[in-house]
Design a protein around this ligand. Structure first.
Ligand code: FE2
Length: 356
């Protein structure tokens, strides 16, 4: 069968059906940014859809993206055919945001919706990252009761949405940190399984902010020392809240210690060097990156050169020196190849580089 953009056939986490070849290229880039090099794509046209569906079925992809032509009934019928064959997570993308389209997608009971016009490349990266992380949790639950699985995944989804709604500036921050953590973890040589679990820890790394008063969380200027000491409670709040979920137990050390510093000057336990869990050291660097590269209410984003200099300056004090070297390699590669330094465009204000 003919594929317009075929990458690797060995790993097929994501399949996308989209007529526009430019968008297919953008999706490939978004997936690469998430650390997924293997994917498979094809046009969504009716004439060849049956053939595609035959191929998709045995591949059991982790995620399926479908480019809808919302004005075309034929396109909607094609989406329904896709749903009848593939019951995993589906992300429907459309040309422009349309509330009626959103409602129609929701009625299909399962697919999520992302309009191209609103997404931009970063939005697509983050959406894919979150859907894959949540889908992975669903896969690893060894429980024959499907309703319980759905309930657990739904609860995780709601938790992410609550976190995002609590602080509008952090809407994309957690997912951006997940994306950079995975890139750095991959460079460090973590297994696919570890990357998925660590990515999920990164999605929840600031979950404890849910227990921080909104007047502190959303204060448009720098915090006082007293307010900052309240903010410093967020890793422990997250640990306490999430510790009641057995299936997230392996994520807790990374979440609890993402603000520890290599020289022992961080919080909450002043751990030093390799006492700090590896995932926490990786997430700490990704968190610092996104904070520096993001626009805040009171500051412009740092330039790529400034970000890299800041990492060099804090190498061995705030950050694990070896991980900083790997992060600099990633950033230099991206800089050389002219890629945009992705970051969340807005994120909550923090006191030092990474420390709220
Ligand atoms: Fe944090």
């Amino acid at each position: 069968m003919a594929h317009d953009d075929e990458l690797s056939r060995s790993v097929i986490p994501v399949v996308f059906l989209e007529d526009d070849s430019l968008r297919r290229a953008l999706i490939v880039q978004a997936l690469a940014n998430c650390g997924y090099s293997g994917c498979w794509s094809a046009p969504a046209r009716s004439s060849i859809l049956s053939e595609h569906l035959e191929e998709i079925k045995p591949r059991c992809p982790d995620l399926l993206l479908f480019g809808i032509h919302s004005e075309s009934e034929e396109s909607w019928q094609n989406l329904e055919r896709v749903r009848s064959v593939y019951r995993g997570p589906v992300l429907v993308v459309s040309e422009v945001f349309d509330e009626l389209v959103r409602q129609r997608v929701m009625k299909l009971g399962g697919p999520e919706y992302l309009p191209w016009a609103e997404a931009g490349q970063l939005g697509l990266d983050l959406k894919i990252e979150t859907m894959l992380a949540i889908h992975h949790v669903e896969n690893v639950i060894d429980d024959n009761d499907h309703r319980m699985q759905r309930l657990f995944v739904n609860i995780l989804t709601v938790m992410v949405k609550i976190l995002e709604s609590k602080d509008p500036y952090t809407r994309f921050h957690s997912h951006s940190v997940a994306m950079w953590s995975r890139m750095l973890g991959r460079k460090k040589g973590l297994s696919e399984e570890e990357l998925l679990r660590m990515g999920l820890a990164a999605v929840f790394h600031d979950f404890g902010k849910i227990g921080i008063p909104e007047e502190i969380l959303n204060k448009p200027v720098r915090l006082t020392n007293e307010e900052f000491s309240v903010m410093m409670q967020h890793p422990l709040i997250a640990r306490d809240l999430l510790s009641s979920i057995d299936l997230l137990a392996d994520l807790l050390p990374a979440i609890t210690h993402h603000h520890e510093h290599w020289d022992g000057s961080g919080y909450p336990k002043q751990l030093k060097g390799e006492e700090i869990p590896l995932w926490a050291r990786i997430i700490g660097i990704a968190d610092a990156y996104d904070t520096m590269a993001s626009r805040r209410a009171y500051k412009e984003p740092k330039t790529p050169e400034q970000v890299m200099n800041e990492f060099r300056r804090n190498r061995g004090t705030q950050f694990d020196p070896q991980l900083v070297d790997l992060m600099l390699e990633i950033l230099e590669e991206k800089h050389r190849s002219g890629q945009v330094f992705n970051s969340s465009t807005e994120s909550s204000r923090m006191a030092p580089i990474d420390s709220d």
